[in-house]
Design a protein around this ligand. Structure first.
Ligand SMILES: [Zn+2]
Length: 341
């Protein structure tokens, strides 16, 4: 089936009461790992690329790899999403390329580092919504500022410095018309999220629930939601790595979020850990090997395994065949309809 809008995929997830993992990619092996996990678990798939990924792989390579995925996995609804677009121009370039969903992260200025004002965020995001919806493309916005920094993107602040204000979230959605909303509830990007296992209190889950109660029809997005499993850290460290002790977001907290309006769950670090551990193991145990396939195959397999596990945990498994794809043209037509109060 053709690539679908993220709006359709998340609307279906809301109906079914499940969440959908959004997994980052930079290369062919990562796309293959996600697609194999989706086939194995019969899951819809959100594949996302950041600005860093687009420049690393070159846009057109990534896009054509995605077209290959669409051809090879006709039974899987697939979304190609831009992660953390830093400006309307970046979002436009993704839409022009064929992305079916974009994130306009106006919580930061275009430098991707400096926290912005509410007014700037509304203005930039509304611009993207107009442009994207005219083509049936989905828009994710962000209100509040996430902790940490990854791929050069992020304010690098403490994860609790700019937790999302529920009133502001409501106002933001009303003024911009975004389809999905990323909120800051204490998560951060990268592997080093928490120095001990976080509780629902550390993660401000009550805040998330309050936002969901105010905005029951908006799809909430949890960023920085890798769980950073101890086993994956151990494999890396066993074979010469130096990951310092760290904790991610416990899966049970994500599942609580999913019960309360979270429909998209961003995971990148877990894939990176799985890949790096598998590569280290081969290079450590078989130092005579030099064919990249000898370590990329186990790396791809390790990433597939962790993603398939997340797909089952988020509840998306078994839902790939629930619906027929709605074309972007049809989505655009729906967005153009006057809202009936
Ligand atoms: Zn993010």
């Amino acid at each position: 089936m053709p690539m679908v809008s993220m709006r359709q995929l998340l609307d279906e997830a809301a109906k079914g009461g499940y969440g959908v993992g959004a997994f980052n990619v930079n290369n062919m092996e990562q796309i293959q790992a996600i697609m194999e996990a989706a086939r194995e678990t019969k899951s819809p798939a959100i594949i996302q690329a950041s600005r860093g990924a687009r420049s690393y792989a070159q846009d057109r390579y990534l896009y054509h790899l995605m077209l290959a995925a669409v051809e090879l996995y006709p039974e899987i609804p697939i979304v190609l999403h831009l992660d953390h677009g830093n400006s309307p121009e970046t979002c436009k370039s993704a839409i022009d390329m064929g992305f079916t969903s974009v994130m306009m992260d106006g919580s930061l200025m275009a430098d991707g580092k400096t926290p912005s004002t509410f007014e700037y965020n509304v203005e930039a995001t509304r611009k993207v919504v107009e442009m994207a919806h005219a083509k049936g493309v989905t828009v994710e916005g962000e209100i509040g500022v996430l902790g940490g920094i990854e791929d050069g993107h992020g304010a690098g602040v403490d994860a609790l410095a700019h937790v999302t204000d529920p009133g502001q979230a409501e106002e933001f959605v009303r003024l911009t018309g975004v389809d999905a909303l990323a909120i800051a509830i204490g998560t951060s990007h990268g592997a080093y999220k928490f120095s001990k296992k976080p509780s629902g209190e550390t993660l401000k889950m009550q805040r998330l629930i309050e936002i969901h109660n105010r905005l029951p029809n908006v799809h909430l997005v949890m960023h920085g939601s890798s769980s950073v499993p101890q086993e994956l850290q151990d494999i890396i460290n066993k074979y010469g790595g130096q990951i310092k002790p760290t904790w991610g977001v416990p899966v049970e907290e994500i599942q609580l979020g999913i019960k309360n309006g979270v429909r998209k769950v961003n995971v990148d670090t877990d894939s990176r850990l799985a890949i790096t551990g598998a590569i280290r193991k081969v290079l450590f145990e078989s130092p005579e090997k030099f064919d990249p396939r000898d370590y990329l195959k186990p790396a791809r397999e390790a990433m597939k395994n962790i993603i398939a596990e997340r797909m089952r945990q988020f509840g998306q498994a078994g839902h790939a065949g629930d619906y027929e794809p709605t074309s972007l043209a049809e989505m655009a037509r729906r967005y153009a309809q006057p809202v009936v109060a």
